[in-house]
Design a binder for this molecule. Sequence first.
Ligand code: MSP
Length: 513
Amino acid sequence: MPIAKKTKTFYITTPIYYVNAAPHIGHAYTTVAADILARWKKLEREEYFFLTGTDEHGLKIQKKAEEAGKNPQQFVDEISDGFKILWKKLNIDYSNFIRTSDLFHKKAVQSALRVLWDRKAIYKGSYEGLYCVGCEQFKMETDLVNGKCPDHNTAPEHLKEECYLLKMAEMQGALVKKIETDEFCIAPNKYKIEILSFLKKQKLKDISISRKNVSWGIPLPFDTVHTTYVWVDAFLNYLTGIGWEGNPDKISSQWPPEVQLIGKDILRVHATIWPVILMHLGIDLPKKLFTHGHILAGGKKMSKTLGNTIAVDEMIKKFGADATRYLLMSAGTFGEDVDLTMERAAGKYEANLANGLGNLVARSLAMAEKIKTESGKWKVESGTQKSKMEIDIENYWKKYEEAINNYKLNEAMNEIWKFISACDEYIEENKPWKLEGNEKEEAIYNLLESLRHIAWMLRPFMPETSDKIFSQLFADEKERAVELSKVLNEAQKWGGMKIGAKIKKGENLFPRL
Ligand code: MSP
């Protein structure tokens, strides 16, 4: 368990993923986005804590383990490992990976439930309703389309059982106020509107927080015949993942999360059950819930029956990890539904990565190498005077930062690619290979210095590519270390390329498919 730090950190979370099946592209989408934001904070030299993990209890998983003929723990161990392996392949630099079957988590959940019970936020009763196992949620008639859950396309089961319930309605007024004032900010705004209108239309029903017939779960501390409802168990990961032991008076200074990334299908539970649990516990709400849309394939929901699913592993195999990160996050506006097909991804790979970025780096380094001295140093003595590129770069940085700080990840990347196009135009206009002497050196300086900025901008999005560009621009390890130790606003200044630095053209960044 990582030790909770003393200073306020930028705390960011992803949902914890169900381990009923191997990880899919939707999981990768949220996790890559969180990784980008965490790496951006790292670049800004802010303390950050990035939590992800797996949601391992409940009926859905219990059933899958039974089907596979495995004991549930063995079953979840294997699938949870699959997530870790995928995150490694995608260069996801999380601070902690929480598993809800961890003993530490289970004990903390029991302590928290004991507190809620002692405070009379929980009472014994019974619940009757329509339960969708896919969602692990009770559904209202109005949630269904032709009697089926629209997310899982299955009819929910009718369930009636003795259970423990959490008082919801008594917190409703206070919750609405926190959402309205953005103390608990729901972004983008359309989701805030959606939740407020939902909360204003009806009184929240108390929810069942226990299951009698699900053995694969955390036993209630005050009635071990029942296990904890999987969503309650899961929400508490956001606290136990930073070392919380279940005592509301002892909470690490990392709390509350600056932002929790979630998909739109799990917004309502995150905007109702989750804050109500926290309010009963007397713990501050997260500052922001940022909701993203779904990845569609050719305009349709991805599904095995339609055969239009895109496997992340296949993308990584075909394009590489960084390109996959790029292709996922450039598929559209973060917050809206986005569309992805393998054909379109391949086209974008060729145009923007192999041709755009890859070609610019290769061409610029090839030109620079032609004026290299025997010692491998880059023979350029001029080039620090103000150039058009220098003036432009400030503007690109400004827009890039504005976008990333507002979770507009796609727009931030667009700024990088606009700058890449500007560099290509610069080459076409100036034809450095035709220039001589100082003029030639200056043109090449401008290009290499531009690449240095591009490498910095790429850092949160495509960390391996950024490293590869830096190794070409700063072939000397010590010089590279000096560059990489710069604080961001120093790195953003024009003129960071050292005249006479050692350069080395590398392999093509993005081989053609
Ligand atoms: N275990 C719960 C979350 C508990 S958090 C306290 C869960 N798990 S999940 O594995 O089903 O889904 C996790 C996330 O993946 C959700 O945010 C969901 O929106 C996201 N995605 C699932 N399919 C998706 C796409 N096709 N596109 C983008 N994200 C989608 O829910």
